[in-house]
Design a protein around this ligand. Structure first.
Ligand code: NAP
Length: 605
C-alpha cells in the first residue's frame, strides 16, 4: 500500500513487514495440538492444592436447577434463578470453594485487568465499592462469596465435585446427573457455566514428567514450596533457581513476585506481551460518593462501546483498553485532510501502529539492557493477543537475578531431569512454573469434562460433530431440553467478560420466568431456528473486518493458533459484535413470543 506517511513517526510498510515476519516465525503445523492435555500422567498438574475436601456420602436428590460452575457465570445464573423464585438451586463446582477462575488463579500477583468498577458484577445491587481501581484476587474472591451469600447459594453448593455425565429422561422430564462423587441428581433445569479458560495446558515438549525438581501450573500454585500468598512474599525461594515458562497475562503478573523471591529466575519467552501502564490507585471516595444510581451499567456499556470501536465522545473508564479508540478519535479530530480521508479500517490500523510504538518505546524507557529490551518488544497489532498492564513487570528484567531466555518465537525444546532446554542450551533449575495457559478450541465436552446425552441418546459433541455447532443464541440446543449454556460460542464476546455473563444469565432468567408464569415444563429450540442461527453466525464472520485478532495476527488462542478453521466457523461468536448480539437477544426475549422455541406444559405428552 503506498501512502503519504509525512505525518507519521513510523513507516507503516516497514511495520507491516515486521509484523508478518514475526507471525511467520511462530506459525506451526500442529496449531492447537502442540499442547499437552493435563490428564493421564500429567493429571497431577490439575490437582486442587488449595482445599482438600474429605470424602462424603453420595447425594441422591431432586432439585429445580443445577448450575455447573461456581465462578461469576454460575453465581449470576444462580442469582437470576433465585429472582425467578426457584427455591432448590444447587451450584456444583470442582474447586474446593466457590470462585471459578478466581479460586484457581490464586497465584502471586493475581489481579483483574479490567477496571474493577466494571468487572466485579452487582456492585450497586450489593452496595459495594472495590478498594482499588484494579482489585486483587483475594478481594475478588471475597466478592464472589458475597454474591453467593446474598443469593443464598453458598451453603447448598456441592464443592470439590465434577459432573461426569448427564442424561435427559424424557419420561420424567428431568436431567439425571452423575458426578465424580457418585451423586445422583435429578434436575429440572441445568445451567452450564464452566467458563472458557479453566483446563490448564502444558507446552507439548518431552520430559515434563521426568523433571526431578518441583513443578506446577500457575493455576495450582504450590505455596507450600514457594511460601507467601496471592499478594506475594514468596519467602521460601531464597535459595531456589526458578524457571517460568510463558509470558502471557498470567506470566506477566507472576514474574515480578518470583523475581523478588527467587535466588535466580529464568523467564522463557516465546512471544512478548504488550505491557501498558497499570496505574492502579485506591478508590477515590469522593468520586464513589458522587455516583448516581445506574452508574455501573452505564460504565460497563460505555467501555464496551469504546472497545468495540464505537467512537464516543465520553470515555468513562479511560484506561489502556480504551485509549486505542481514543487515538483513532484524535486522528479524526486533529488529522489533516489526507489522514482523515482514509477508510476507517486504515485509520484504525495507523492508530494501532501508533499505540504499539508507544508500547515499544515504554520497553526502551524501562529496561536498561538494550538487547533484553529489544527481545521484550511485541511486534503485532494490539488486541492480536491479550494486552497486559503492569508497572513492575518490565522493571524485573533490570534485576541481576533475572535472565530473559528469548526463544525467538520457537518456544522451549524440552524438559530434562535437571531443567529446561531452549535455544540448544540446558538451564538448570530447581523449580519450573508453567504459565502456559488454558485449553481453548478443544472439544466442548473435553473442556467441560462431562458428557451431555440428549433426547436421542447422543452427546452434544456427537451432535455437533455431524454438521457443526447448532444452538439458538449460543444457549439452547435442539434435543437437549431445559439445558442452558452460558458461553461465548454462537453468542457474544466482550473484553469485560463478566458483562457477557451478566447478559447471558439475564437472558436465561427471562426465559425461565416466562416458563414459570405460563406453567411450561420444558423448553427446546426447533431445528429450524438453530439452523437459521448457525447460518447467521457464519454469515456474520464472512463480513467481519479482518486484522485484529484475526488470521493476520501472530498465533495464539485468540486466532486458533494462527490456523484457519476448516469449514464454516460454526462455533464462532457473533462477529457483528457484542452490541449487535445483545440487541438481537433483547429483541427476541422482549417480543414475548419467543420465536423458534417449543415449550411444553405438564399436561402435554
Ligand atoms: P496464555 O495467554 O495462553 O499464555 C501462555 C503463555 O505460554 C504464552 O506466553 C505462550 O507463548 C507461552 N507458551 C506456550 N507454549 C510455550 C512453549 N512451548 N514455550 C514457551 N512458551 C510457551 O495464558 P495466560 O497467561 O494464563 O492467560 C490466559 C488468559 O487468562 C488471558 O488471556 C486472560 O484472558 C486471562 N487472564 C486474565 C488476567 C486478568 O484479568 N488479570 C490475568 C491472567 C490471565 P505464545 O504467546 O507464543 O503462545
Amino acid at each position: 500500500m503506498s501512502e503519504d506517511t509525512t505525518n507519521l513517526n513510523f513507516d507503516p510498510d516497514q511495520l507491516r513487514a515486521r509484523y508478518q515476519a514475526e507471525r511467520l516465525k511462530r506459525l506451526r503445523e500442529d496449531g492447537n495440538d502442540q499442547y499437552l492435555e493435563v490428564a493421564g500422567r500429567y493429571a497431577n498438574f490439575a490437582k486442587d492444592r488449595y482445599e482438600a475436601l474429605p470424602d462424603r456420602e453420595p447425594l441422591d436428590i431432586e432439585i429445580d436447577a443445577l448450575v455447573i460452575g461456581g465462578g461469576f457465570g454460575g453465581l449470576l445464573a444462580g442469582a437470576e434463578l433465585r429472582k425467578v423464585g426457584l427455591s432448590d438451586i444447587r451450584i456444583i463446582e470442582k474447586g474446593g470453594r466457590l470462585g471459578g477462575t478466581w479460586y484457581w488463579n490464586q497465584y502471586p500477583g493475581a489481579q483483574c485487568d479490567i477496571e474493577s468498577y466494571i468487572y466485579m458484577p452487582l456492585l450497586e445491587e450489593l452496595g459495594v465499592m472495590p478498594s482499588e481501581r484494579y482489585a486483587r484476587a483475594p478481594e475478588i474472591l471475597e466478592h464472589v462469596q458475597r454474591i453467593a451469600d446474598h443469593y443464598d447459594l453458598s451453603d447448598s453448593a456441592i464443592l470439590g465435585t465434577e459432573v461426569t455425565e448427564m442424561h435427559w429422561d424424557d419420561a420424567i422430564r428431568r436431567w439425571r446427573v452423575s458426578t465424580t462423587r457418585n451423586d445422583e441428581i435429578l434436575a429440572r433445569f441445568v445451567v452450564a457455566a464452566p467458563g472458557p479458560l479453566h483446563r490448564p495446558k502444558l507446552p507439548g515438549v518431552k520430559g515434563i514428567d521426568e523433571f526431578e525438581g518441583r513443578s506446577f501450573h500457575t493455576s495450582r500454585w504450590d505455596y507450600d514450596f514457594t511460601g507467601g500468598g496471592p499478594t506475594g512474599g514468596l519467602d521460601k525461594l531464597g535459595d531456589v533457581r526458578v524457571a517460568v515458562i510463558g509470558t502471557g497475562a498470567t506470566g506477566v503478573q507472576v514474574i515480578p513476585h518470583v523475581a523478588h523471591g527467587a535466588q535466580h529466575l529464568y523467564v522463557f519467552q516465546r512471544t512478548p506481551s504488550s505491557i501498558d501502564k497499570r496505574g492502579n490507585a485506591p478508590t477515590d471516595t469522593a468520586w464513589a460518593d458522587s455516583l448516581q444510581p445506574g452508574w455501573q451499567k452505564e460504565r460497563i456499556r460505555n467501555f464496551n462501546a469504546l472497545v468495540s470501536g464505537v467512537p464516543l465522545e465520553v470515555d468513562l473508564v479511560n484506561d489502556g483498553w480504551t485509549t486505542l479508540i481514543g487515538k483513532m478519535m484524535d486522528i479524526f479530530r486533529n488529522g489533516d485532510a489526507e489522514m482523515t480521508g482514509r477508510p476507517v479500517g486504515e485509520i484504525l490500523e495507523l492508530a494501532n501502529f501508533e499505540k504499539m510504538e508507544e508500547i515499544r518505546a515504554r520497553v526502551d524507557q524501562t529496561v536498561k539492557d538494550p538487547a533484553v529490551a529489544e527481545a521484550l518488544k511485541p511486534y503485532y497489532q494490539m488486541f492480536c493477543k491479550r494486552p497486559c498492564f503492569h508497572d513492575e513487570y518490565l522493571l524485573a528484567y533490570n534485576q541481576d537475578n533475572v535472565t530473559l531466555v528469548d526463544t525467538n518465537g520457537q518456544g522451549i525444546e524440552r524438559i530434562t531431569p535437571r531443567g529446561v532446554v531452549a535455544n540448544g542450551i540446558e538451564y538448570e533449575v530447581d523449580c519450573i512454573i508453567y504459565a502456559s495457559g488454558f485449553e481453548v478450541g478443544t472439544a466442548f465436552e473435553r473442556r467441560a469434562g462431562m458428557k451431555v446425552y440428549g433426547k436421542d441418546g447422543r452427546t452434544l459433541s456427537e451432535k455437533w460433530n455431524v454438521n457443526g455447532m447448532r444452538t439458538l443464541h449460543g444457549m439452547l440446543s435442539n434435543g437437549y431440553p431445559n439445558y442452558f449454556m452460558l458461553s461465548q460460542s454462537q453468542g457474544a464476546w466482550t473484553a469485560n467478560y463478566t458483562q457477557l455473563l451478566e447478559e447471558a444469565a439475564h437472558h436465561m432468567g427471562v426465559i425461565v420466568a416466562h416458563m414459570e408464569a405460563n406453567g411450561f415444563e420444558t423448553i427446546e429450540p426447533t431445528q429450524e431456528s438453530e439452523e437459521a442461527w448457525a447460518n447467521e453466525i457464519v454469515a456474520s464472520t464472512e463480513n467481519a473486518v479482518g486484522g485484529v485478532g484475526g488470521s493476520d495476527c501472530t498465533p495464539g488462542y485468540y486466532n486458533n493458533e494462527g490456523r484457519a478453521l476448516e469449514g464454516p466457523a460454526w462455533s464462532s461468536n457473533y462477529a457483528k459484535g457484542s452490541i449487535a448480539f445483545f440487541q438481537v437477544a433483547k429483541a427476541w426475549r422482549s417480543s414475548g413470543d419467543f420465536h423458534g422455541v417449543r415449550f411444553t406444559s405438564l399436561e402435554e405428552a
